[in-house]
Write a protein that binds this ligand. Structure first.
Ligand SMILES: Cc1cc2nc3c(=O)[nH]c(=O)nc-3n(C[C@H](O)[C@H](O)[C@H](O)COP(=O)(O)O)c2cc1C
Length: 187
């Protein structure tokens, strides 16, 4: 059975752009896998404590390993992801479990998963811009674990109401395309 892990980290509740996009993505991916099990992590309603020492608890890493599709809301707060999302990342990178060090450098141990990341930002920062530390960081983090994240980006949502609507609509089209590319293995 397909397992979808649905992760949100926006603090903006009902008005959140990324929460709207991840909910939409879960719905679209479920359309391809009607029997999918959806696991939920709301990192604001149920925050993960910041690390004190090394990550001993492997339950979040195990949950990630058990998921087939991971759908993550990653708002841009002060140029990067929310601290709530970072606290989850801190539980996922565990040497010997999700990555390992080799003589040739670190090697990710995860494979065969889709990581779909919905980003929203008030302004517009493309990867490579000196203020852009969300998409590039999330991409690198999952590459480190062996996974290639796929992104939908709603940017410029603070520029105007029209710009926000357009950004959300474009991101939803992107989600439709990503979901359509999914194999209906257990439909
Ligand atoms: C605390 C806070 C910090 C923010 N910092 C940035 C920022 O650095 N750059 C930016 O483009 N937008 C910034 N914004 C705007 C958000 O990226 C925008 O509201 C986006 O919709 C957030 O996603 P969400 O609606 O899912 O929470 C910030 C918003 C908040 C609430």
């Amino acid at each position: 059975m397909t397992t979808i892990l649905h992760v949100d980290s926006s603090t903006l509740g009902e008005g959140s752009v990324t929460r709207e996009l991840t909910a939409y993505a879960v719905e679209r991916f479920k359309a391809h896998h009607p029997n999918a099990k959806v696991e939920r992590l709301d990192l604001v309603a149920d925050p993960i404590p910041h690390l004190m020492g090394r990550p001993e608890d492997q339950s979040f890493a195990n949950q990630l390993k058990a998921a087939d599709t991971i759908i993550i809301g990653a708002p841009t707060y002060n140029f990067t992801i929310p601290t709530q999302l970072k606290a989850w990342f801190d539980r996922l990178a565990i040497a010997g479990e999700t990555f390992r060090y080799t003589e040739n450098g670190p090697e990710g141990l995860l494979k065969d998963k889709r990581v779909i990341v919905a980003i929203a930002s008030g302004g517009v920062y493309e990867e490579g811009h000196s203020f852009e530390h969300n998409q590039s960081y999330v991409r690198a983090f999952f590459q480190f674990l062996g996974l290639e994240a796929e992104f939908v980006v709603a940017n410029g949502v603070a520029i105007s109401a029209d710009s926000k609507l357009q950004a959300i609509s474009k991101a939803k089209t992107g989600i439709d395309q990503l979901a359509a590319a999914d194999e209906p293995v257990d439909a």
